[in-house]
Write a protein that binds this ligand. Sequence first.
Ligand SMILES: C[S@@+](CC[C@H](N)C(=O)[O-])C[C@H]1O[C@@H](n2cnc3c(N)ncnc32)[C@H](O)[C@@H]1O
Length: 273
Amino acid sequence: MRAHVAAQTATFAEKLLDLVPAPPATMLDIGSGDGLIAWAAFSRWPYVNVTMTDISPALLLQAQAQAHSRNVASQCGFVLTNAETLAGVADSSQNLVTSRSALAYVADKPAAFRAALRVLRPGGIISIAEPLFRDQALSLNRLGQACAAMANPLAALLHRWQAAQFLDTSDALRANPIINYAEQDLFNFARQAGFQDVHLELHIDEQQAPPRDWETFCAMSPHPLAPSSAQILATRFSPAERKILEAAIRPRIEKGGFGTTSRMIYLRGRKAE
Ligand SMILES: C[S@@+](CC[C@H](N)C(=O)[O-])C[C@H]1O[C@@H](n2cnc3c(N)ncnc32)[C@H](O)[C@@H]1O
């Protein structure tokens, strides 16, 4: 599963970099984690200088260790700062700002776009890739209503499980930064911050799920702010309900081959010359 997820995130990183029109001399990655985007950038642009920023000191340390082992430490900088301010990064210092699945966590996304604009040089590019979970949450909301109407006990249990991961009440939806935005919102935030020539692509892809063992499936969650299935099963269902759910789902998970949908928003913009 680790390899499967790594292959998928590598695809997102490559697509985000494909949207960059010319090799940058300097780039800054927001919410860099352990450096996925930076390492992909070095494979394309060996002379680029990369500033990795994150709010996690542990992840920045991991990225730093990897920069050494990849022999690119002299071209890397590491700044412990949040996306909302990018404090500690000089104005107009970057040719490119990137971010992959990091702005999704930020409650004040308009502030993050303004900070990105601030650190870009005139003519600089922003290119980001963020997941879209809102559609899934909204359809879950409708599913919940349908389940209630059908009075189908298994469907109701499945809905309770999914609702614990995707939040299906309107208030919870609005309050959760990873779920409460649509592609049009990111487009508007970029425009309102002052980016020009904003281009957005929404990629919706269906993939066949690989076979997974039950423990691996239970240890995972569909997005990082959701509890794992194991936690949900343990805390929100009675032993009898757990038995019904496992009997219904486990064979499907172990066999794989059913369609799963990923929704990814790619956005590129330019700071005025
Ligand atoms: C899903 S990981 C993505 C990491 C990396 N961008 C990648 O593509 O592998 C999300 C990252 O965003 C960081 N993050 C969360 N909230 C943040 C914030 N407000 N400002 C900056 N980084 C943040 C986390 O620490 C984490 O490293």
